[in-house]
Unconditional design. Structure first.
Length: 554
């Protein structure tokens, strides 16, 4: 149970371009197990074994173990079990997962210098999330009502632009102070705007303390939630690596990350009025896109300490991904009488859309690994990685300016302390353990098996806090959140070689459980009637992947 005791009103003066919210950012920061079928079939535990192009993103030194050049391409199918196709989402989707090339050149009797390029899909967002539960008189509009009663507010006049613009609509003054003297009501985010102003379910005080209408809200009996996630993060990696006398392998990778995320959700509450005169339903529909790009760099090393032994140890460090992203949404409400109200965004108030830029720096990642081969028949790998997601940095863009020399726009940013504090309270460090094995019963046939354990990113008592004094909260268009638990991945694979060609297949099953909440729970310290408690409901994400990789060696 989360308890929020409201102390006083919050005031917001000038607001910079927005920062995103912790739970949305966590979606961007996570990674899947994906790459070539050999890499996936061995559970990704190849950071010390190397000689697979997928190690370009996890331990760049792995590319230094190539002795011949090769090109590869991977594709397959991803399917989610235990769900039904909903709100435009499909539980089974085709996926293009990887394409890359390694060019290997000898520079000494036992030394090589290699160059590589690889694209892989580090995150596949395709997923359907559905949940339903009783609400027992809690509701979204009661949450809005409680915010108004306790004056936990962000003053925003409906349709008022927060920035001063020129005749072409470009922002020219980020410190512009709009006139809030004639505000008809207070609100905390877009949904509050719609619930309070559009349906008059909750009415608050004006800036002078005068009440416009009688305060009221309606109770909800139960809810149904459906969301379809789509899109991917594509990573374009460029690598230089090599080895020294087949004992020390070093590598450097620079990556460009390309984000394409979309979700559409429908949240419906079955409600009744305070005087029990009629029952009705309310549906909040939300469509959000996040697009943008970022970059990172990774360094790695592999050591073979005993010349006569194939035993290898690997070390790797990956910098944060430095993202600049743009998020946009369109939100509307429909009741059982088919009345519709569009959201009123800050930057595009007239057409019911909100869009803004923000920056996000993901955490550093550190990895250690060990690999060993037995003759030409057996390869064994073990890898461990740690990333502290409490250190994820959400940043406000403070200003943008034109660079005439490069004919491009640049921007400055600063950390959103309020949202980063929330991230620290909500997320935690994640441990990833990978184990994998490959066995060749005959020369040209390889059989593979692997397992991953990924510890939870979310704290069990974390919640999406709609009371935060940050612009990212104001432009929020959804109140739901899910605290996902640990992830288990099981993999199998096989490969067959003939002449200069190789074909590999892999199967991956991943399972993650979580607890879904439609909105933050609220307990008032003085009035029991103000309590708004939404209990959690168990959800899961069970995914099957079939992957095929074609290799050409030259």
């Amino acid at each position: 149970m989360k308890k929020l005791y409201v102390m006083a009103a919050l005031a917001v003066a000038t607001m910079p371009l927005a920062a995103q919210e912790t739970y949305e950012n966590a979606k961007i920061a996570q990674e899947d197990l994906n790459g070539t079928a050999r890499y996936v079939g061995m559970g990704g535990a190849m950071e010390a074994l190397g000689a697979d192009i997928s190690t370009i993103s996890t331990n760049p030194a792995g590319i230094g173990l190539f002795r011949k050049s090769q090109a590869s391409v991977s594709f397959g199918i991803v399917s989610q079990s235990g769900v039904s196709n909903a709100v435009g989402g499909n539980k089974t989707n085709a996926s293009f997962d990887q394409v890359g090339i390694v060019v290997s050149s000898r520079i000494g009797a036992t030394s090589y210098l290699n160059f590589a390029f690889n694209f892989h899909k580090s995150r596949n967002f395709d997923m359907i999330l559905s949940a339903s539960n009783d609400l027992n008189k809690a509701s979204l509009n009661k949450l809005t009502y409680n915010k108004g009663v306790n004056q936990l507010i962000y003053p925003q006049q409906q349709g008022v632009d927060m920035y001063k613009r020129d005749t072409e609509g470009n922002i020219v003054d980020y410190n512009y102070q709009p006139d809030f003297s004639k505000l008809p009501y207070f609100s905390c985010n877009q949904l509050d705007d719609m619930l309070a102003n559009g349906y008059n379910w909750a009415s608050f005080k004006d800036p002078n303390g005068n009440a416009y209408n009688e305060w009221t809200y309606d109770d909800a009996l139960r809810y149904q939630f459906d969301r379809a996630h789509k899109g991917y993060i594509g990573v374009y990696d460029f690598n230089i690596s090599g080895n020294i006398n087949n004992r020390v392998y070093l590598g450097l990778t620079v990556g460009i990350h390309d984000v394409h995320y979309h979700h559409y959700s429908e949240y419906t509450e079955m409600m009744h009025t305070a005087n029990m005169t009629r029952d009705y339903s309310l549906t909040v529909a939300d469509s959000r896109d996040i697009k943008g790009s970022g970059f990172d760099f990774k360094v790695g090393a592999i050591f073979r300490p005993i010349e006569e032994s194939p035993l290898r140890f690997g070390l790797s460090i990956a910098s944060p991904v430095f993202y600049e992203l743009r998020t946009s949404n369109y939100t509307y409400i429909v009741d059982s009488d088919n009345s519709t109200l569009n959201s009123r965004g800050v930057t595009e108030a007239n057409n019911g859309r909100t869009n803004y830029k923000f920056r996000l720096n993901t955490p550093w990642k550190f990895g250690v690994s060990v690999g060993h081969t037995i003759g030409t028949q057996v390869a064994l790998g073990l890898s461990y990685e740690y990333a502290d997601y409490t250190a994820m940095d959400t940043r406000n863009i403070t200003d943008e300016y034109y660079n005439s020399w490069s004919d491009s726009y640049s921007s400055r940013s600063k950390s959103d302390k309020v949202m980063n504090d929330h991230t620290d309270r909500t997320l935690k460090g994640v441990h990833t353990l990978k184990v994998g094995a490959e066995y060749k019963p005959v020369k040209d046939l390889a059989l593979r098996i692997g397992y991953n354990y990924v510890s939870p990113m979310y704290k069990k008592d974390g919640f999406k806090d709609g009371s935060l004094d940050t612009y990212g909260t104001y432009v929020a268009s959804a109140t739901d959140y899910t605290n996902w638990e640990d992830t288990h991945r099981f993999t199998l694979g096989a490969g067959y070689s003939f002449d200069m060609f190789n074909i590999s297949l892999a199967y991956q099953y991943s399972a993650t459980k979580g607890t879904f909440y439609p909105f933050m729970s609220y307990t008032d310290s003085n009035f029991y009637d103000y309590d708004n408690i939404a209990g959690g409901v168990s959800v899961n994400n069970k995914r099957h992947q079939l992957l095929c990789t074609l290799n050409f060696i030259f």
